[in-house]
Design a protein around this ligand. Structure first.
Ligand SMILES: [Ca+2]
Ligand SMILES: [Ca+2]
Ligand SMILES: [Ca+2]
Length: 263
């Protein structure tokens, strides 16, 4: 959504300042002081929003009071989640490493794949030291292309030294909306679930992959409101986590990518 002027939040801030310090506001800040980043349009700046990419003006965190709002908390009733980093792709720089800078183009509020839809094979990656990460991305499909011989896909992968998990949505037919949400772990644990509803061009889609702590040895893939369980093989230690976002055979606009972790 990019940069948005928001007067009400500013008014609340000054009201709070008045109540705390007992001071009157004797000067008027420049108009730019009111410009804030509000990805989801709920009126709360990204830096203050407990779910910065999901509209939740009530900011409810009743499940566990860990500072992550109920509607985006990877573990809603277990405290300890925290946001490791967030990329809103607002501007020319971004924190993920592209396979090729030529495969991606920054816009004011998104990171778009650049190739023709049927020729797209674009990847973003980053390496983090995390124990049980959740990656949440938001995107829109700009063009599915026409090639019926190739899968149209967006996927998130979290790879460890010994195994990996993938959350993938995929469609086959030309111009077809995605018809499957699949999770794929070590090839032998393949699950697929039809999405409750197709994903249309220019629709905002959210996809989240959560890798649970080793004690539970499982994970979850969420596409919109569809939850697909993901089963893992044996896990070893969590050391370097190599995370990636891939787009294939269609044109996509990536709006944000957040990473959460638990202690
Ligand atoms: Ca929000
Ligand atoms: Ca919470
Ligand atoms: Ca939590």
């Amino acid at each position: 959504m990019g940069r948005v002027g928001f007067v009400l939040a500013s008014a609340l801030v000054f009201a709070a300042c008045d109540s705390v310090f007992g001071l009157q506001d004797l000067h008027t800040p420049a108009p730019d002081a009111f410009l804030m980043y509000d990805e989801d349009g709920d009126g709360i700046d990204n830096t203050l929003d407990n779910c910065p990419t999901i509209y939740n003006p009530d900011q409810l965190d009743d499940g566990d009071h860990d500072g992550i709002g109920d509607v985006c908390d990877p573990h809603r009733t277990t405290p300890g989640d925290h946001l490791v980093f967030a990329d809103y792709f607002d501007g020319t720089s971004y924190t993920w490493t592209p396979d090729s800078g030529a495969h991606w183009r920054s816009t004011e509020s998104a990171l778009d794949s650049t190739a023709a839809p049927d020729a797209t094979n674009a990847l973003l990656s980053r390496i983090e030291m995390l124990s049980a990460p959740t990656i949440a991305i938001g995107f829109t499909v700009l063009d599915y292309g026409t090639d019926s011989s190739a899968n149209n896909a967006v996927e998130i992968t979290i790879a460890y030294p010994s195994n990996s998990g993938t959350c993938r949505i995929i469609g086959m037919a030309p111009g077809d909306p995605f018809d499957e949400a699949a999770t794929d772990v070590e090839k032998t644990d393949l699950m697929s679930t039809n999405l409750a509803q197709p994903i249309m061009v220019n629709e905002v889609v959210t996809m989240t992959l959560t890798r649970e702590p080793s004690s539970t040895k499982n994970g979850r893939c969420l596409v919109n409101n569809t939850t697909t369980p993901m089963f893992h093989g044996a896990q070893t230690t969590f050391t370097d986590v190599n995370a990636s976002i891939a787009v294939r055979n269609m044109k996509v606009s990536l709006r944000y990518a957040l990473v959460y972790d638990v202690p």
